[in-house]
Design a protein around this ligand. Sequence first.
Ligand code: SF4
Length: 684
Amino acid sequence: MELFAESLTSYKRLLTKEVKVGNLLIGNNHPIRVQTMTTTDTMDTIATVEQTIRCIEAGSELVRITAPSKKDAENLLNIKNELNKRGYNVPLIADIHFTPNAAEIAARIIEKVRVNPGNYVDKKKFEQIEYTDAEYSEEIERIRERFTPLVKICKEYGTAMRIGTNHGSLSDRIMSRYGDTPMGMVESAMEFLRICRDENYHQIILSMKASNPQVMVQAYRLLIKTMDEEFGEIYPLHLGVTEAGDGEEGRIKSAVGIGTLMEDGIGDTIRVSLTEDPEFEIPVCRDIVKRYSVDRLTSSKVDGEEIDSLSTNQPINLSTTKYNPFQFNKHQTTPVENIGTGHVPVVIADFGKMQNITPQSLQGIGYTYDAALDKWHIADAAADYVYLDKQKIDFALPGTLKIIMPYHQWVENKAAHIYPIYCLEHFIAEKNVHDALNFVMIDCFNPGNKDYELLDQLKDKQYVVLCLSSTNKNAMQSVRRMCIELQQKQINHPIVFITDSNWQTADEHLIHYATETGALFLDGYGDGICLGMTQNSYDDFSKEENQLTGRIYTSPAGGGKEGAVESFLSNTAFNILQATRTRISKTEYISCPSCGRTLFDLQETTQKIRSVTHHLKGVKIAIMGCIVNGPGEMADADFGYVGSGPGKITLYKGKEIVKRNIDSEIAVDELINLLKENNAWIDA
Ligand code: SF4
């Protein structure tokens, strides 16, 4: 294994133990399973059965149902029987928090139980407690006593178990010793896993979920390393980003976290948590998983496109490179103009395929022209550069928007706000270069290619920004390989990732961009992003609306197709930067997917809150369905809107309750008041 994966330079599944969940095999190179969770009241047997069937028909291979009490756990038998009667035998999972009694009942009825080690035995009081080693060991013994009965039942009944750690709900004990860290998440699961192993029980799957993809990715990598070092074997992994939200943002956040790990062959089953009906999660899961189909892998090898292994070519060693996959360290670069260390990553809008560029064309990338005032309004998510091919712009651009064009066009159109882009070979040979900023394209296909040989000649050049792309089927790995190579050679020019997509649907594109570039940003690389589409994808884009969600992409400048792709690409780029927390340009929503505990219409409420707070750049607002898990799971939100009883909402500032059990009719207004009282509000 290389650090945390079978290979850091080509796609290779991480070998994990095999676990049987009902008739479904998970791990050990079995297909990556997709799953979701119902949102109905578990005591409403028919509603739960019908929603489960909708999920199964959408392709869910396992379905999770919340079991908050003994009564709910008992009702799982009715749900299971009704499903079987209707011809559905997909394995069911009971979701348990705080109620070992419910877990012990559910484990006798259905195929799998999920326990949260942060709250299975412990009650969260947000207390900081200092433990001596002896006291800490006593705590572990207390957990053993309370948890072992469930392990024994699972063993007896052949029931599988997920030890599902959540970043937001670590126990006070773990928080006191390890803090709110990926290591704390790992240790939280390992304490439970060691007890299972002591009982010789191995039907275990693990997860390390967080709403911050950076934390989530580091925790999974660390868990793999820890299991490998301690046991010499790895249990299957269930991947997910919690409280990812909805729409494009939810999909991108999920794909950044899940896709980053899957690119390295990690993950045996996935769930995408969206604040949408659960059946909408499945197509997203399938779009993620199909990127790793046998077909893709086989053709990659047939085409000879595996990139040279770092371990054979140049050993990757934490002491010789600054690459550290377990901790976020921003790669330091020498800034050029507004690109590089000290600046947020820039967004380059690709207008290379647009026919006619008018002031309205810029609306989709954040610039709205007011003809009456002859003034540009600039959004928080406004692109910094626009790439043109041969087009001409015959109007004055906003002052913050600069142009990039091919060298030969630039020579004929020189102006203060226009910069050239070259291929590497041309740039090295060219004498007539821009005296402030030059974009240089590098193909990261393989260490054997021409661009690799020319790298050393870049070292002494100035005013250079490198634009990295790859046509290798292991594109992310080959770009990461180049980033490490540049780091080792101490070539510190800023890096922009250029990623093209030849997928078809909007969701496929979103997932592609989020996976390929998100993984690199999470590794600390990247000073800019430019997303593009192949001509076929560009021509086909938005021909059909998304079948399930009914979303359709049109130009923001009044319908039609012109500018729709560019707008979609620019928004996607900003959403990726937001998800990787490298450039915050909007309000961050942490909304739970809802479940049988939810006390209000979460989707409708999320939309209502979004419509009045969407302009509060950088403010993190959590919208959580229940008071049992919500406060613990809302991670690092600045403000929380949490269901605390039928028709009742409790508002939080951080982890502190500020308004308890207020009427839901006035709760959104009260949230606005709370934002105002804390200087987090500005008028739209
Ligand atoms: S926070 Fe949301 S998803 Fe989690 S248990 Fe509560 S209602 Fe269910």
